[in-house]
Unconditional design. Structure first.
Length: 96
């Protein structure tokens, strides 16, 4: 498995942590992703849809656990670019 390496500025990390001191629900993150990524890569769509039905990283969606769903989403979200994309990808990686 190839590992994605994303760097987010310390300023952006501080903004995210100040705004969201505890992990946000995955469904809320999925809504933010959809609002920023107008045409998501087709491989990321099923995982993004599954995230909309999850509260935390410890939940399950059918027979899949949230951790694997988030990992597969990140693996298929390489084409999603920009400051918000980097910030949210970092947020998801910190949850893992």
């Amino acid at each position: 498995m190839k590992t994605l390496k994303i760097t987010v500025s310390p300023e952006m990390q501080a903004i995210i942590k100040a705004a969201y001191p505890k992990p946000r629900p995955l469904y809320q993150i999925a809504v933010d992703i959809r609002s920023d990524w107008s045409k998501p890569y087709f491989g990321a769509v099923p995982y993004l849809n599954a995230m909309r039905g999850l509260q935390s990283i410890d939940d399950a969606y059918g027979l899949d656990n949230a951790r694997s769903i988030v990992r597969y989403f990140l693996a298929n979200a390489a084409t999603w670019k920009g400051d918000k994309a980097r910030a949210i990808k970092t947020e998801l990686k910190e949850m893992l």
